[in-house]
Design a protein around this ligand. Structure first.
Ligand SMILES: C[C@@]1(CC(=O)O)c2cc3[nH]c(cc4nc(cc5[nH]c(cc(n2)[C@H]1CCC(=O)O)[C@@](C)(CC(=O)O)[C@@H]5CCC(=O)O)C(CC(=O)O)=C4CCC(=O)O)c(CCC(=O)O)c3CC(=O)O
Ligand SMILES: NC(=O)C1=CN([C@@H]2O[C@H](COP(=O)(O)OP(=O)(O)OC[C@H]3O[C@@H](n4cnc5c(N)ncnc54)[C@H](O)[C@@H]3O)[C@@H](O)[C@H]2O)C=CC1
Length: 297
């Protein structure tokens, strides 16, 4: 019987479409002695984007242009708490930009002029460049300079000149959802975003914020950085998140959190109902103590 299982031949099987072909001219130093034909790993599906949650902090970011698109980019940067935005734009500026200059003066440095190549050779240089200008020649020139300086750039609405794309964003407190169609249909991205946003329970931001507080409290009582402690913390938090509904998490009080955390040492994860039972019992005990104290005085 013919054995057509590629794992049983000496010649390596052709990689599926989209998978890397080994390059015989390069030396692969990543040699592993495990079974490299294991098919249980998820398939690689190239053609996507690297979806990240960028933290600009105080790294300088260059924004070129003062119109509609620049106004939207500026809002995205400020919502991401960027504190060192260098805005290059001659007047007139979009009214929203004028407003942000007024409300966030310490985060934006505005140069009211056209772009100059020296805008890329500042010390320190920009960590990121966003252009939103109506002159394709200027866009191309800034892109060429950015590439030469190895600085990631987005040229609004010119996909071949973008190292990264913007997406349609839904923000609700700590929750951020970005829909990208990888350049295929920005308008569709916005309507998909709207549908997702409409389908979310309303109290998700509160649920996330409470989980954030609970995680901080847990880190305070179990602060060790040992592998064992980290695994225990992660398993505990995962179990809480999996066993409490969004609604219950959204309503979680600091008192509830303390009851939950009391179960951490022995790894007990109390359900919402169990936490409420413990609190009722504790309240009854307090009432009893108060009555005892009252009768003995
Ligand atoms: C590749 C990308 C690069 C980038 O700019 O980052 C890009 C490129 C282009 N956009 C074009 C057109 C439009 N863009 C919008 C709107 C948005 N565009 C955004 C992102 C992106 N646009 C990136 C890919 C996003 C993805 O992968 O999904 C959004 C999601 C985010 C944002 O920009 O903040 C924002 C909605 C945000 C919101 O509503 O919240 C609308 C609709 C509208 O304005 O209402 C239209 C008209 C309708 C249409 O064409 O669909 C054109 C053609 C221009 C021409 O025809 O000349 C190009 C160039 C091309 O496709 O070649
Ligand atoms: N606004 C939108 O929804 C869309 C925008 N686009 C494209 O996005 C780009 C920007 O769009 P808008 O903001 O609407 O344009 P806009 O015309 O409102 O603003 C362009 C801005 O670029 C500035 N500018 C021009 N040359 C400059 C230079 N050398 N240095 C610094 N600033 C310079 C102008 O002063 C102006 O503030 C354009 O290429 C436009 O075609 C495309 C499709 C939709």
């Amino acid at each position: 019987m013919a054995d057509d299982d590629p794992r049983h031949t000496n010649t390596p099987p052709a990689p599926p479409a989209g998978q890397d072909t080994p390059n015989p001219t390069t030396t692969n130093t990543n040699t592993v002695d495990t079974d490299t034909t294991d098919e249980s790993f998820p398939p690689i599906t190239p053609g996507g984007s690297l979806m990240l949650a960028w933290q600009p902090r105080d790294r300088p970011i260059l924004l070129v242009g003062g119109g509609n698109v620049a106004a939207s980019r500026l809002d995205h940067l400020l919502n991401a708490s960027a504190t060192s935005i260098i805005l290059i734009a001659p007047p007139p500026l979009h009214p929203s930009i004028l407003h942000r200059l007024h409300t966030h003066p310490s985060s934006i440095t505005h140069h009211p002029r056209l772009f100059l190549p020296s805008d890329l050779t500042t010390t320190p240089p920009p960590s990121l460049i966003l252009t939103a200008v109506d002159d394709p020649a200027v866009s191309s020139a800034i892109h060429a300079l950015a590439v030469a300086s190895n600085i990631p750039i987005n040229v609004a609405d010119v996909p071949p000149l973008c190292d990264f794309y913007f997406g349609a964003i839904h923000r609700a407190g700590p929750l951020q959802i970005m829909v990208s169609t990888n350049g295929n249909g920005p308008r569709l991205a916005a309507s998909i975003r709207d549908r997702i946003a409409d389908s979310l329970p309303k109290n998700i931001p509160e649920a996330i914020a409470n989980v954030g507080i609970l995680r901080k409290k847990l880190r305070n009582i179990a602060s060790a950085g040992t592998t064992g402690e980290i695994s225990k913390r992660m398993a505990f938090m995962s179990a809480v998140c999996d066993s409490w509904s969004f609604e219950q998490l959204a309503e979680m009080t600091e008192a509830d959190m303390d009851v939950i955390l009391a179960g951490y040492p022995d790894g007990t994860v109390k359900s919402y109902d169990d936490v409420k039972k413990v609190e009722t019992l504790m309240a009854a005990v307090h009432l009893g103590e108060a009555a005892d104290n009252h009768s003995t005085t």
